[in-house]
Design a protein around this ligand. Structure first.
Ligand code: PLP
Length: 378
């Protein structure tokens, strides 16, 4: 069935079952090598060797491909491995235009990689389309945006960025980790490639590290280079992780719905609190990216928000330290709520010292709000 909604695709793992036993859940297939018959022909021609042939991985990829409305999807052992696979397709002497103020791990790796590869890297506030347009007055190979951005929660306009990128001869790639395909489908808005850290909400249980790339055109030179690179260099997800990811994705739509509702409730509660200077959440009407987010996010504004605590770095660290239900831990998108005082972890990244990033889970929102109130009260 081609036209199912995301919740149905995910709940039934895009139709994967165990055809041999009749089980409604597909098995984990750990084999790294595959039989040939006495004629030396492969018993199952699609499988030669575990780098990168694995049907359990393909099943998880099929769910993601359907959720994105993509032509093809490939899984990687982490989000960063997926990002690296994409940027490795850039030629030496090429040019990448990358959104500023995105996940610090991406920025850090890109600066290093582009310098080593001889790729010109221009960082620009892509949530401002005219700034992006000026950066794309000269030709480029790749434009990279993150929607919404972590931890600034800025919403670059995907359709606008796609038009500008294409006019400059570039592909548009979108890191939509903090949106998930339940809320935003960048390929339908004109992007060429969409990436997720599947470690986050796609898996949702903080027990799998994975990354994913999906494309609009599987025949494009860029996608062919990515597929060849994964096949030859072997950055494939393991079958156990792929199986857990498929299991986690069955409840993706439900989890995202609850997380968005909780995040909105938390954001609205924090606005106007005496000890909170600002709340950054795309679902708040006063937020800079609210109009763009309303256009390109369906069903909610995500589970990630940041707030600036009045009183500076120590006051913010104190609030984070007093939270009892929110775990103090990095990452986002799990069923459990997390808080991070990013400045203490990455002081060099330009993050305001009084910023707390919250990843809101599926707990009862009354407990989350009570926890925040207690911590803010000191
Ligand atoms: N993109 C975003 C927006 C992230 O938040 C992260 C990790 O936090 C990554 C990419 C990297 O993903 P991974 O940790 O799975 O390598």
């Amino acid at each position: 069935m081609a036209d199912l909604h995301p919740a149905s695709i995910a709940a039934q793992a895009a139709g994967a079952v165990d055809a041999e036993s009749g089980g409604v859940v597909p098995p984990i297939r750990p084999a790294t090598t595959f039989l040939r018959g006495s004629d030396h022909a492969l018993v199952a021609p699609r499988n030669t060797y575990g780098r990168d042939d694995n049907d359990t991985v393909r099943e998880a990829e099929a769910v993601l491909r359907r959720l994105e409305g993509a032509a093809a999807t490939l899984l990687f052992p982490s989000g960063m491995a997926a990002i690296a696979a994409l940027f490795r397709t850039l030629p030496a002497g090429g040019r990448a235009v990358v959104q500023s103020g995105i996940y610090w791990g991406t920025t850090k790796w890109l600066r290093d990689f582009c310098a080593r590869r001889g790729v010109t890297l221009d960082e620009v506030d892509a949530s401002d389309l005219s700034a992006l347009g000026r950066a794309l007055d000269s030709p480029a190979d790749l434009v990279w945006i993150e929607v919404p951005s972590n931890p600034w929660l800025l919403s670059a306009d995907i359709a606008g960025a796609a038009a500008l990128a294409h006019a400059a001869g570039a592909l548009l790639a979108v890191d939509a980790t903090a949106a998930t395909p339940v809320l935003t489908r960048p390929l339908a808005l004109g992007a060429d490639i969409v990436m997720h850290s599947a470690t986050k909400a796609l898996n949702g249980h903080s027990d799998v590290l994975a990354g994913v790339l999906s494309c609009a055109d599987a025949e494009s030179a860029a996608w062919q280079a990515i597929a060849t690179d994964r096949h030859d260099a072997g950055a494939i997800l393991g079958p156990f992780e792929a199986w857990l990811l498929t299991r986690g994705m069955r409840t993706l739509a439900l989890r995202v719905e609850r997380m968005c509702a909780n995040a909105l409730a938390v954001a609205e509660h924090l606005v106007g609190q005496r000890d909170v200077e600002a709340v950054w959440y795309p679902g708040l009407p006063g937020h800079a990216g609210h109009d763009v987010a309303r256009r390109q996010m369906q069903g909610g504004f995500g589970f990630l928000l940041s707030c600036l605590v009045r009183g500076g770095e120590d006051a913010a660290a104190g609030v984070a330290g007093r939270l009892a239900l929110f775990h103090r831990a990095t990452s986002l998108g799990g069923v459990e709520s997390l808080v991070e005082h990013r400045h203490r972890i990455e002081p060099h990244s330009g993050i305001p010292p009084n910023l707390l990033r919250l990843s809101v889970g599926i707990e009862d929102p009354r407990d989350l709000i009570a926890d925040l109130d207690r911590a803010l009260a000191g």
